[in-house]
Write a protein that binds this ligand. Structure first.
Ligand SMILES: Cc1ncc(COP(=O)(O)O)c(C=O)c1O
Length: 417
C-alpha cells in the first residue's frame, strides 16, 4: 500500500496535486500594490519633492504606523536592518556590551549589534514557537547585557511577558523585531507595542512593503528623538541649525517609498486577516494527517503568518526535511526546508569574526570569551531540521489552500508507511 502511495507522488512521476502557480510576494499577484500607491507616487513626482523633509508622505506613513501599533512615535528608515540599528543606537551602549538575540532570524537582527560595537549573545528558541525561550535568555544575562531583541519569527509572538521580566531584572531594554509580525498579538497587545523601541521592515516580502524600508516605534520621546537624529546623520531638525549632535547615518526614507508605504498602511489589517484565514483553513484541513504538526500558537496569541511553519516528523518517518519539501514542491506546493537552515551565527561572517579589518572588534571588548556553538542552541537546530516553510499569501483562494492541504496530506501519507 505504502509503495503504491509513494509511486503516486509527483516526485516519482505521479500526477501533481496542483499545477497552478500560487501568488507569491515576489510579484503583483501576491502583493496589494494598486491605484492608491500609484496616486501617491504621481503626487510625489508632480510635486518634484522626493526628499522626506520637502514632502508629507514619509510623515504620513510615520503617523499611520504609530496609530496602527498604538505607539506615540514612529521614525521611518530605509530598511528593517536600519530599523534594528536605529533602535539599538537609541538605547546607546558601550563597546563590548551584550545584546541577547535568537539564533533563528535574519542577519538584519544581528549585524546592527556589531555595527554598534556590541556583541551578539545567542539564547536558544522554544522549539514549538521558534521564538526566543525566556529561560534561555535569562541564562545568558551578565552584567554587560544591555538589550534583548525579541524576534517574532514567522509572525508568531515571543513570550513578551517573560522576556520583559528578564529584561527588567537586568536593566536591559526589550526591543521587538517585528519585521515578520505585523499585527501579531499577545493577549490583545500588538507586536511592536511592548518593547521600549521596536523595529519593522517594509522589504518586498513583508506583510506590507515599499520595496525596501523600515521604521521604529516607541512611546518614549527621548528614544524617538535619538532615533530621528540617528537616521539623519545626527542632525537635530527640531532645534534647527547645522549642528550634528550625535553620531548618525543617513537612513532617511524618501518620499517615493513613503508614498507607497502610506498607501500600504490601511491595507495591512486585511492582509493579516486573509493570511490568518488561509492559515487556519490549512491547519484544520491537515488535522489528523500523520507526522505533520501545524504551527504552535500559545493561548492568547494571534499569529500573523509571514509564513506557515509546518513541522515534519523526521524521526518517525526517517525522511529528511529536504526530501519532504522537494516532494511537496513537486505536488505544486513550493515549501522551503528549514528557513535559514542553520543558526544565524553559523555563517562565515560570524564564525570568522569578520568585523573591522583584522581586529575582530568588538569581540575582544566583551567581558568574557564569546563562543558560538550549534550545540548551545539545540532547540533551534532541531526545529530547523524539521521545519517546512509553507507560503501563505493574502491573495490565496480557497481552491489554492485546499490544494495545498491535499499536497501535504498526499506527501505525508506516502512517507508515513
Ligand atoms: C526578523 C527580521 N529582522 C530584520 C530583517 C531585516 O529587514 P530588511 O531586509 O528590511 O533589512 C528581516 C528581513 O527579513 C527579518 O526577517
Amino acid at each position: 500500500m505504502t509503495g503504491s502511495l509513494k509511486d503516486k507522488l509527483a516526485i516519482n512521476g505521479g500526477t501533481p496535486v496542483r499545477t497552478k502557480p500560487l501568488p507569491t510576494v515576489g510579484g503583483i499577484a501576491g502583493r496589494t500594490f494598486g491605484d492608491e500607491e500609484l496616486a501617491n507616487l504621481t503626487e510625489v513626482i508632480r510635486s518634484g519633492k522626493l526628499f522626506r523633509f520637502g514632502g508629507h508622505f514619509v510623515q504620513d506613513f510615520e503617523a499611520g504606523l504609530a496609530e496602527l501599533i498604538g505607539m506615540k512615535h514612529a521614525v521611518a528608515v530605509t530598511s528593517g536592518t536600519a530599523a534594528v540599528h536605529t533602535a539599538l543606537a537609541a538605547i546607546d551602549f558601550e563597546p563590548g556590551d551584550e545584546v541577547i538575540v535568537p539564533p533563528i532570524t535574519d542577519m538584519g537582527s544581528i549585524a546592527p549589534i556589531l555595527a554598534l560595537n556590541g556583541v551578539p549573545v545567542f539564547a536558544d528558541v522554544d522549539e514549538r514557537t521558534l521564538c526566543m525561550d525566556p529561560a534561555a535568555a535569562a541564562a545568558q544575562v551578565t552584567s554587560r547585557t544591555r538589550a534583548i531583541v525579541a524576534v517574532h519569527l514567522a509572525g508568531n509572538m515571543c513570550d513578551v511577558d517573560a522576556l520583559g521580566e528578564v529584561a527588567r531584572g537586568c536593566g536591559a531594554a526589550l526591543v521587538e523585531d517585528c519585521a515578520q509580525a505585523y499585527l501579531a498579538e499577545d493577549n490583545g497587545r500588538v507586536a511592536g507595542s511592548i518593547g521600549v523601541i521596536n523595529a519593522f521592515s517594509l522589504q518586498q516580502s513583508k506583510h506590507i512593503s515599499s520595496g525596501d524600508g523600515g521604521a521604529v516605534v516607541t512611546n518614549d520621546p527621548e528614544l524617538a528623538s535619538k532615533a530621528a537624529m540617528f537616521m539623519d546623520k545626527g542632525w537635530d531638525r527640531v532645534i534647527g541649525g547645522r549642528e550634528y549632535l550625535v553620531l548618525g547615518l543617513n537612513y532617511r526614507m524618501n518620499e517615493l517609498s513613503g508614498a507607497v508605504a502610506t498607501a500600504q498602511i490601511p491595507k495591512v489589517r486585511e492582509v493579516v486577516g486573509n493570511r490568518r484565514r488561509w492559515a487556519e483553513s490549512l491547519t484544520s484541513q491537515i488535522a489528523g494527517v500523520p507526522n505533520v504538526k501545524p504551527p504552535y500558537v500559545r493561548p492568547g496569541v494571534k499569529h500573523s503568518y509571514w509564513f506557515y511553519p509546518l513541522t515534519w516528523d523526521v524521526d518517525a518517518t526517517g525522511v529528511g526535511i529536504g526530501d519532504f519539501c522537494k516532494a511537496l514542491a513537486a505536488e505544486g506546493l513550493p515549501a522551503g526546508a528549514g528557513y535559514i537552515q542553520h543558526p544565524i551565527f553559523d555563517t562565515p561572517c560570524m564564525r570568522g569574526r569578520k568585523t573591522y579589518g583584522s581586529s575582530s572588534y568588538p569581540y575582544g571588548q566583551a567581558g568574557r570569551d564569546i563562543v558560538y556553538r550549534n550545540e548551545d542552541v539545540p532547540a533551534a537546530c532541531r526545529a530547523m531540521e524539521r521545519l517546512a516553510v509553507v507560503p501563505i499569501n493574502e491573495n490565496f483562494t480557497q481552491e489554492d489552500v485546499d490544494g495545498m492541504a491535499e499536497a501535504i496530506r498526499k506527501v505525508a501519507l506516502a512517507f508515513s508507511g
